[in-house]
Write a protein that binds this ligand. Sequence first.
Ligand code: ZN
Length: 299
Amino acid sequence: MHNNKQHKQCVSFVFALISDYLGGFSMDYGFVDCHCHVSACEFEEDLEDVIQRSRQVGVKTLVAVTEEVGEFDRVLQLQERYPDLVAPCLGVHPLQAGGGSEQRSVKLQDLDAALPMFYKHRERLVAIGEIGLDFTPWCAPTEQDRHDQMSVFIKQLNVAKELDLPVNVHSRSAAKVTIATMREQGISRALLHNFAGKPSVALEGVKAGYFFSFPPAVCRNRQRDKLIKQIPLEHICLETDSPALGLDKHVRNEPSNIVLCCQRIADVKGLSPQTVQLVTAQNAYRLFPGAKTHTHKTV
Ligand SMILES: [Zn+2]
């Protein structure tokens, strides 16, 4: 254990030296964006440019999540179009479009059309997601809403177990219950994206072997510093959640901004960005082994 840790630190250190010498991030290992929405309509017009910019900064894999069944085909098409880059996840989000700008809690019926798709495309998936719980009061005002979200979440956790896939998880105003539910359901491989719960709750997740990722929005203020400091780097991944959660709330976020959260995590932890890049990429491929196969499948 001790040796292994020393070895890890040594590898990271040597890597950092080499990268510093080369004057920047490693293009070899690259970044893994563990949670982004490239199938979102915001990217429809200029996706090719967005992809190109992300390749330019060294992004090697986009773990692309979905929020509703209507998006499933699009993300699978993107995997066909960019087989060395796009690693798809299928999932039904705890919040669904409720007409207009409204969002409503998910219902079991929202899973009807999705369930057969999970099984049909199981070989192509790197995870089930984006799934989770969002108990923000105005999104889940009633007990029934929270109950429905929980039923949908547990059902998808069970699909993940059955298909032997990790889960890509959203949790808002529900940190403790999300982690407790996953542990009760026997989930061992999970990414909690944009986690904003208490450090003590996050450490429960660390104990369970879960990973945590942080988008560029964490650079907006210092609110998440304490949390980032306390989660060991071996349990941290990078994400952008593009097109949301960028540095500026009003500007579309994109995967090339992954360099920003890498830099921020490095600053908060007092490490070099190269070390954060290397370790988080290793973590990502450990958590989503299917994503690694993706990058090696073609080219
Ligand atoms: Zn998301």
